[in-house]
Unconditional design. Structure first.
Ligand SMILES: [Zn+2]
Length: 181
């Protein structure tokens, strides 16, 4: 499968799992790229277009995530509300999920109430304890992503996947060719 790489200036990148700045405290994969299945890349480009029409940008935290990296996350936090059980496989391991936020035209991230990977009920889409501004920004992201054909996940405001994610195969990192470091 030939995955597609999306990069600046089309999107902004903040790939936390390629750095120690994630819930495990260390990098969980070495490929610092936003890689997606072509079907997902097309829908992300549609979301980019819709965001741009409102003067906004997309800032991506994670896209394709190798199944081996999913195990590292699960070992750090074995809670199925927040981490897909690696035995079942994550939509990220199929290249059809993206974790992201909205940013202003200058790249400043919008207020979303919690950081990426805040594994608490405050990260739920329907949480009303976060500020009204954050609730509005989450709704804005939800609207853009839904209009572009993405499904949301109730427990994480930053996560979106294709509605038929399970119909795509899990892809091992090695199947994508040489590491592009
Ligand atoms: Zn995700």
């Amino acid at each position: 499968m030939q995955f597609v790489t999306l990069a600046p200036p089309t999107i902004d990148l903040d790939l936390r799992y390629a750095t120690p700045d994630n819930l495990t405290g260390s990098p969980i994969y070495r490929r610092p790229l936003c890689l997606l299945h072509p079907a997902a890349a097309a829908r992300l480009l549609e979301a980019v277009r819709l965001a741009a029409a409102q003067g906004l940008r997309l800032r991506v935290f994670d896209a394709y995530r190798p199944p081996a990296a999913q195990w590292k996350l699960w070992e750090a936090l074995p809670d199925a509300r927040f981490i897909a059980d690696p035995r079942k496989g994550s939509s990220h391991g199929r290249g059809v999920a993206v974790d992201l936020t909205l940013a202003a035209a200058d790249g400043t991230p919008l207020e979303m109430g919690t950081g990426f990977d805040d594994m608490s009920e405050r990260a739920y889409h329907a949480d009303t304890q976060v500020s009204v501004e954050a609730q509005r920004n989450r709704s804005l992201l939800l609207g853009i992503m839904a209009a572009a054909g993405w499904a949301h996940y109730a427990h994480e405001w930053w996560h979106y996947h294709l509605p038929d994610a399970r119909s795509y195969p899990l892809v091992e990192d090695g199947a994508l060719g040489p590491r592009m470091m």
